[in-house]
Design a protein around this ligand. Structure first.
Ligand SMILES: Cc1cc2nc3c(=O)[nH]c(=O)nc-3n(C[C@H](O)[C@H](O)[C@H](O)COP(=O)(O)OP(=O)(O)OC[C@H]3O[C@@H](n4cnc5c(N)ncnc54)[C@H](O)[C@@H]3O)c2cc1C
Length: 434
């Protein structure tokens, strides 16, 4: 059993790990000082691609095309980049034990990794229907999507089940993006979710009615207000039917489940303070344990703009929190301080020819503006969220880069609203004046 010692170790090899490695390199590290340890077999990549271009029927995206940091317009860090920088990329290595008191990690193969400073970047894992004991949920061709390995298996099955039937369980990000891309693959797609409209965590009913109408026009069947309670399989163990709580039974050759995720904090349970399901950090992503930082999906950090602790499961935050933590580590070595993390929440999604962006906080009253008719040749619409007389959140479908910048500014500046009806009429022009 080998033992290796590094000055810095990043556990996890996803988006945050990749952006942290780049920041370490920018800030200056010596060869051999940094290791990235990942369960995955590939160097850090831009995870959002997996539910989008990775599954396209024509010219799908493949690695090495989308290694970090291309998603934010940066340099693509190929495995050789880590080698050149003297960063040890330790792949296909799952850490199964973390002892923060003795600053040591143990892999499934029994190797030990010692560190001076640890960055936890283990991200999230999917919630599985088998976790709730849903009958038949372990049948073949029931998929979850988190890592490139999952996407490869799904892609192969999409090709094998040409013109077959797909049932998508869940109406959130994964549900909406996967329904679209499976439809592009010519599958007969049905979405099932219990809520009254899709993506209720963010969408208002006005926003959702556009997407539901648009998807219906594309031939996607939407079943709301019920859940999958069981699955029937054929003699090969392959899923054939999805049983719904309302008694309906849907035929299925492929099922994709997107019912949420949970942060991977298990390794550190009882050793570090937790809050809101994640590892509690300060504005530098320092945890309650000295020399241990947590970034990306696992971090519950102070969101300065709203003066509260939050956990954010989005790629923009994973990149920025990773960079912030490394800046803080390097600054503290020089006895310096850095500016507090001042994050403006930013979420986005893309499906078919649609593309939306959201900035800020989705609380308070809402105002819908623009053309949200799913039949329109060029729909463009948005929504503002208003709390205590100020606009605190803004959503826009099909915005130009300038328009998206304008709504981001609105969410950051939080301008007062005197007249809600006027705001609805002004729509985007309100944002462009801020
Ligand atoms: C299919 C999909 C599509 C998405 N689309 C969008 C989108 O359109 N917009 C958006 O804002 N966000 C999107 N997200 C969310 C976004 O990708 C995540 O918020 C982001 O990847 C989080 O970064 P992270 O580094 O914290 O975690 P991850 O990128 O998940 O990386 C965690 C890494 O840690 C590794 N790991 C975990 N445990 C261990 C262990 N014990 N030992 C070793 N390695 C370990 C994992 O294998 C993984 O490599 C999407 C997520 C998925 C899954």
């Amino acid at each position: 059993m080998a033992e290796k010692t590094f000055k810095y170790v990043i556990v996890g090899g996803g988006v945050a790990a990749g952006y942290a490695a780049r920041e370490f390199s920018k800030q200056g590290i010596k060869p051999g000082e940094l290791a990235v340890i990942s369960k995955e077999a590939v160097a850090p990549y831009e995870r959002p691609a997996l539910s989008k271009a990775y599954l396209f029927p024509e010219s799908p995206a493949r690695l090495p095309g989308f290694h970090v940091c291309v998603g934010s317009g940066g340099e693509r860090l190929l495995p050789d980049w880590y080698k050149e920088k003297g960063i040890e990329l330790i792949l296909s290595t799952e850490i199964v034990k973390a002892d923060l008191a003795s600053k040591s990690l143990t892999s499934a193969a029994g190797d030990t990794f010692k560190y001076q400073i640890l960055i936890i970047a283990t991200g999230s894992t999917v919630i599985r229907l088998t976790d709730f004991g849903v009958q038949g949920a372990d049948a073949k061709n029931i998929f979850y999507l988190r890592e490139v390995e999952d996407a490869d298996k799904l892609y192969e099955t999409i090709k094998a089940k040409k013109n077959g039937k797909a049932v998508i369980v869940g109406g959130g990000y994964i549900g909406l993006e996967l329904s679209a891309v499976l439809k592009l693959n010519n599958l007969d797609v049905t979405m099932v979710y219990p809520e009254p409209w899709c993506m209720p965590r963010l969408f208002t009913s006005g926003i959702a009615s556009f997407y539901e109408g648009y998807y219906a026009n594309k031939g996607i069947n939407i079943i709301k207000g019920t859940v999958a309670v069981g699955f029937n399989a054929d003699s090969n163990g392959e899923v054939k039917e999805v049983k719904l709580k309302d008694g309906r039974v849907l035929e299925a050759d492929i099922v994709v489940v997107g019912v949420g995720g949970r942060p991977l904090t298990t390794l550190f349970k009882g050793q570090v303070e937790e809050e809101k399901g994640g590892i509690k950090t300060d504005a530098s992503f320092k945890t309650s344990v000295p020399d241990v930082y947590a970034v990306g999906d696992v971090a519950t950090f102070p969101l300065k703009l709203y003066n509260e602790l939050r956990r954010v499961e989005h790629v923009d935050h994973s990149r920025k929190s990773a960079e912030q933590s490394v800046k803080a580590i390097k600054a503290s070595e020089d006895g310096k301080a850095i500016e507090e993390y001042d994050y403006l929440p930013f979420f986005y999604s893309r499906a078919f020819n649609l593309s939306w962006q959201f900035y800020g906080d989705n609380v308070g009253d809402t105002v819908l503006f623009g053309d949200n008719n799913p039949e329109s040749p060029n729909p463009k619409f948005g929504s503002y969220w208003i709390k205590d007389g100020k606009v605190v959140g803004a959503f826009l479908e099909s915005g130009t880069p300038e328009e998206n910048k304008a709504i981001a500014k609105v969410a950051r500046v939080q301008p007062p609203v005197e007249n809600v009806d006027r705001l609805a009429k002004e729509g985007l022009s309100f944002a462009s004046k801020i």
